[in-house]
Design a protein around this ligand. Structure first.
Ligand code: FMN
Length: 143
């Protein structure tokens, strides 16, 4: 089975309220678990950055479903690549709460205080998501 990784950026619409992150993550973890999809979701400055990895058909179907969600708009694929290994193994959808740690990483990768995921190159987007993953793991190890 061909495995792929897709990263997209989008902007929250008026309909989206930050408290909804919880229900998005609940749906994502259930559905992605069934489809063997792993990944990470970031939300900051009203923008989403999400990575989906897994079988090509599942990733495509899931992405198309997410893209129809009225809670975000201006959805742009930043990268789509064939992969031999997952970066987010074990996470049906990881999530890092917006905060100082996240903003520090965004500044490092995005180069400015205000995060604009649309400016990220494919390599920068993946590096950012891997750094966020490492941050989450380090925080979990400290607990
Ligand atoms: C930014 C964003 C990310 C989402 N990510 C996922 C995801 O990774 N997997 C998923 O199944 N649904 C995701 N959703 C939710 C879907 O759009 C949709 O509401 C959900 O899949 C419906 O699932 P249900 O029929 O089980 O309720 C996301 C929605 C938004 C706005």
């Amino acid at each position: 089975m061909e495995m792929v990784r897709l990263i997209y950026a989008s902007r929250a619409t008026e309909v989206f309220k930050p408290a909804e992150i919880k229900s998005i993550l609940t749906a994502a973890r259930k559905n992605n678990g069934q489809s063997d999809i792993t990944g990470l979701l970031c939300f900051t400055s009203r923008c989403f950055l999400q990575c989906l990895e897994g079988g090509r058909d599942k990733v495509n179907h899931t992405y198309l479903r997410i893209a129809q969600d009225k809670r975000h708009e201006d959805i742009q694929i930043i990268s789509f690549e064939y992969i031999s290994e997952r970066e987010f193994f074990g996470w049906n959808m990881g999530y890092l709460q917006d905060g100082p740690g996240m903003r520090e990483l965004l500044k490092t990768h995005g180069g400015s205080e205000t995060f604009n995921p649309y400016d990220l190159t494919p390599v920068a987007a993946l590096n950012l998501m891997c750094d966020i993953r490492d941050d989450i793991r380090a925080a979990a190890a400290e607990e």
